[in-house]
Design a protein around this ligand. Structure first.
Ligand code: FSX
Ligand code: SF4
Ligand code: F3S
Length: 383
């Protein structure tokens, strides 16, 4: 059986099992789509797009549709730690609902501090009940960093005054899978920027279980929903890069798929914001774009219903999906100009570097390590 046949067989079995379970939430995706004016055709288009985003062949599109329909069998617990809630906003902010936002309504969201109706003791009770009732089955999504200084006292949540550290440990214990949503939960984010007085950390640094990291401050709704869909379809975590980010989302640099890449290669750069080059859509490298050092699918998937992304809006990428970007990518409006030249596509970078007259436009150790990981996997696949 080849790799895709095996994946398809696993997906079918998993979805049949889920379909046979009683829904945790008595809602029909069909009804919510009808109520919100989302047609069956839109839904099938969304399924095909989601399969493509997940780097799956088109034959998986009907499986994505089926997975969406059985999402109400999956209990989801969503925690907020030290953060700005931009990650939830990225997902739910929509003037018209999309299938992505409807999935979020459809899944059995057992606990989410900003979206649930309950508050106070009732909310805590709901969480305790969900941890108990769905032990070993629930998906845990965490948004925000965990302050660890002073035994975690910089963050307490709820009427019992439990620290973020205590809550994470308790909730991670019975989780079937854990997703760190956003750079804060993944790597500490802005909260962990130097001098990091609260000793904020990413989830994977405070618990001893595998975590999927969705870098981005915030990550796009496609990367959040895509990861949920992958878990529903396969019951396991997707293939990950060296920072535990799904490879289907973080496998390429922003620079690789940027619509201004031709400008970079031609040596056409914005010199100052607002100049003629800026008006003509020139490359933003010289005004600080960190796209050459950043792994994310922003240029292809964009944000807000595929409306825009930072570079299209006229500012360079600030590297928000990378660990410690706040410290390592600043100044955000100046080139780094201090990296060694290690390039996946050396020729194109070399042209840009030659035109720029700088010695360092390459990419850092991370990319080299990614190439190494890929080669290693290739060797393993061939073995
Ligand atoms: Fe962090 Fe998400 Fe940035 Fe904000 O919560 S990744 S600060 S967009 O909201 O955690
Ligand atoms: Fe796009 Fe930035 Fe790369 Fe220029 S440097 S091509 S703006 S990602
Ligand atoms: Fe962040 Fe850069 Fe994308 S700043 S949103 S990774 S373009």
């Amino acid at each position: 059986m080849n790799k895709y046949d095996a994946l398809m067989a696993r997906c079918r079995t998993r979805l049949d099992e889920l379909a046979a379970q009683a829904p945790l939430k008595q809602v029909s995706l069909q009804d919510s789509m009808e109520a919100q004016g989302v047609s069956r055709r839109d839904f099938m288009k969304w399924s095909a797009t989601t399969a493509a985003v997940l780097s799956l062949p088109m034959s998986f599109a009907p499986m994505v549709a089926k997975a969406a329909e059985v999402a109400n069998r999956i209990p989801l617990i969503w925690l907020h730690m030290a953060e700005c809630t931009g990650c939830s906003e990225s997902l739910i902010r929509a003037d018209t609902p999309t299938v992505d936002t409807l999935i979020f309504d459809h899944i059995s969201l057992e606990y989410h501090e900003t979206l649930m109706a309950a508050s106070g003791w009732q909310a805590e009770e709901n969480l305790e009940h969900a941890l108990e009732a769905y032990k070993g089955q629930y998906l845990l999504a965490v948004e925000g960093a965990i302050p660890t200084a002073n035994n975690g006292a910089f963050l307490t949540v709820g009427c019992k005054g439990h620290t973020g550290m205590q809550i994470i440990e308790e909730c991670a214990d019975g989780a079937a899978a854990i997703i760190s949503v956003g750079t804060c939960a993944a790597f500490g984010g802005v909260q962990a920027a130097k001098p990091n007085p609260t000793e904020a950390k990413g989830v994977m640094e405070v618990i001893n279980k595998p975590v999927v990291n969705l870098g981005g401050c915030p990550p796009s709704e496609k990367n959040i929903v895509g990861t949920l869909m992958y878990f529903i379809m396969f019951g396991k975590l997707p293939p990950l890069d060296m920072f535990n980010r799904p490879r289907w989302a973080y496998g390429a640099r922003v620079h690789d798929n940027c619509e201004r890449r031709g400008r970079f290669d031609a040596g056409e750069f914005v010199e100052t914001f607002g100049d003629q080059g800026a008006k003509d859509g020139y490359c933003l490298y010289k005004v600080g774009c960190k796209g050459p050092y950043t792994y994310n699918n922003c240029p292809t998937e964009r944000f807000n219903h595929h409306t825009s992304w930072p570079v299209l809006a006229g500012h360079g990428c600030i590297g928000c999906s990378e660990p410690h970007f706040w410290d390592t990518m600043a100044d955000f409006e100046k080139p780094l100009g201090r990296r060694e030249i290690h390039s996946l596509d050396k020729t194109a970078d070399a042209i840009g570097a030659a035109v720029l007259g700088v010695t360092a436009v390459g990419i850092g150790a991370h990319a080299v390590a990614t190439v190494f990981t890929k080669n290693k996997e290739k060797a393993e696949d061939e073995a």
